[in-house]
Design a binder for this molecule. Structure first.
Ligand SMILES: *Cc1c(COP(=O)(O)O)cnc(C)c1O
Length: 379
C-alpha cells in the first residue's frame, strides 16, 4: 500500500458490529465478561480500547513499523521510552532539543540517576565520541526546533547499531509523509501527534512506533503500567486528522517554500532557516532523508531587535501568535520571549536563538494571503 492510501486505510478494518466506515468511539472503561477471563480481547481501557487500537495500527502503518502505541501527549510517549532505562544508564541527545524533552530529561530523569549528554549533532559522527559502555539511548530530533537543524539519521543509526544502543527519533516536525526514521535504521519513532498528525490544533497526543516485537512488548508493559494513555474521543480525532495528512503536508510544503523564498528576498530579513535552501547546513542530508522540506521556517531581521520582533508577531493577522505547530492554520512564535525565555540569553544565542528570531508554522491557507500578511507585518 502506498503512503497516500495508508493515511486513510492503513491498519484499519471495517467495524464488525454495523459496518461503520469510521471506527466507533468506544467510550467505555470496561468490557463485559461471560465467565472470568472470558472476553473478546478487551478487559479494561487503560490496557486496550478498540478506538485506541485502531489508531495505534494506523500509527504503525504510517511509519512502516509493526507496532504502534498512543499516549496522552508527546511527552508521555518520550517518558515511556525513558522508562526503558535504569540508574547509571547514559543518553546522548542533541543540544537544541525540544524544550519540554530537555526539561523531562534534565529535571526529572537526571534525578533518577540517568546521565544525559546534550551535544551538537550537525556532524553525526560527533555522537560516537560520547558513547560509553553505559550508553543505552541516542535521542535525535530532526529537523530541530526552532533552528531547523538537520541530523543524519542513517549515520546516527550506524553508530547505534555498532554499539548496540537504541536510536529514537522525534519525527514530529517531518511527519512520516516526509521522513520515515525506521526505514533509515532507527529503533523507535516518536511523535507529538498534537502537531501535524492531528493537524487541527484540537487534541494533545503522543505516539511511538517500533518494528521489534520484544521492544514493543516492553513499551506496551510500560504504557499499561504507567497509564499515560489517551481516551477514545481523542483517538477518534487523531484517526480523522490522519486521513488528510498527505494532502495537508503537500500544501504545507508548497506554502512553506513560497514563504521561505519571500522572506529570503526581503530587504529587512537577515537570515532564513528552512532546510530546502541549498545554503542550509546539511541541506544534502535533508534532501536524501526527506521527501520535501515542510512548512516550518525561522527567520531573523536586520538589527536583531527584540522589540521589533515582538511588533512583527503582534502585527501578523493571519499568522496567530501561539505555541504549537503543525495545524491547518498558520502560527507564529517568538522563541526568545516564549518557548526559550527560561534559557539565559548567552546560552540561547549560542544555538542561534537571538532576540529577533521568529518561528513560523506555515499553514494551508492561500499562500498569497500569508505573504501579504508577512509583508504588512514586517513593514
Ligand atoms: C510539541 C512537541 C513535543 C511534545 O509533545 P506534546 O504533545 O506537547 O506533549 C515533543 N517534541 C516536539 C518536536 C514537539 O514539537
Amino acid at each position: 500500500m502506498k503512503f497516500n492510501t495508508k493515511t486513510i486505510h492503513g491498519g484499519q478494518e471495517h467495524d464488525k458490529a454495523y459496518g461503520a466506515v469510521m471506527p466507533p468511539i468506544y467510550q467505555t472503561s470496561t468490557y463485559a465478561q461471560s465467565t472470568p477471563g472470558g472476553h473478546k480481547g478487551f478487559e479494561y481501557s487503560r490496557t486496550h480500547n478498540p478506538t485506541r487500537s485502531a489508531l495505534e495500527k494506523s500509527f504503525a502503518s504510517l511509519e512502516n513499523g509493526n507496532y504502534g502505541l498512543a499516549f496522552a501527549s508527546g511527552l508521555a510517549a518520550i517518558d515511556a521510552v525513558l522508562k526503558l532505562l535504569r540508574p547509571g544508564d547514559e543518553v546522548i541527545s542533541t543540544n537544541d532539543l525540544y524544550g519540554g524533552s530537555y526539561r523531562l530529561f534534565s529535571q526529572i530523569y537526571a534525578n533518577f540517576g540517568i546521565k544525559f549528554h546534550f551535544i551538537g549533532m550537525k556532524n553525526a559522527e560527533n555522537i560516537e565520541t560520547f558513547v560509553t559502555k553505559n550508553t543505552k539511548l541516542i535521542w535525535v530530533e530532526t529537523p530541530t526546533n526552532p533552528m531547523l537543524n538537520i541530523i543524519d539519521i542513517k549515520k546516527a543509526a550506524s553508530i547505534a547499531k555498532k554499539h548496540q544502543i537504541l536510536l529514537g527519533v522525534d519525527n514530529t516536525f517531518a511527519t512520516p509523509y516526509l521522513q520515515q526514521p525506521l526505514e533509515l535504521g532507527a529503533d523507535i519513532v516518536m511523535h507529538s501527534a498534537t502537531k501535524y498528525l492531528g493537524g487541527h490544533s484540537d487534541v494533545i497526543m503522543g505516539a511511538l512506533v517500533v518494528k521489534n516485537k520484544e521492544l514493543a512488548d516492553r513499551l506496551y508493559f510500560i504504557q499499561n503500567s504507567s497509564g499515560a494513555v489517551c481516551g477514545p474521543q481523542d483517538s477518534f480525532l487523531l484517526l480523522r486528522g490522519i486521513k488528510t495528512l498527505h494532502v495537508r503536508m503537500e500544501r504545507h510544503c508548497v506554502n512553506g517554500r513560497a514563504v521561505a523564498e519571500y522572506l529570503e528576498n526581503h530587504p529587512k530579513v537577515e537570515k532564513v532557516y528552512w532546510p530546502g535552501f541549498k545554503h542550509h547546513t546539511n541541506h544534502e542530508v535533508a534532501k536524501s532523508q526527506m521527501k520535501d522540506f515542510g512548512g516550518m521556517i525561522s527567520f531573523t531581521t536586520k538589527g536583531n531587535s527584540y522589540e521589533k520582533a515582538k511588533k512583527i508577531v503582534e502585527n501578523l493577522k493571519i499568522f496567530t501568535l501561539a505555541e504549537s505547530l503543525g495545524g491547518v492554520e498558520s502560527l507564529s512564535g517568538h522563541p526568545a520571549s516564549m518557548t526559550h525565555a527560561s534559557i539565559p540569553k548567552e546560552e540561547r544565542e549560542k544555538t542561534g536563538i537571538v532576540d529577533s528570531l521568529i518561528r513560523l508554522s506555515v499553514g494551508i491557507e492561500d499562500k498569497d494571503d500569508l505573504i501579504e500578511d508577512l509583508r504588512q507585518a514586517i513593514g
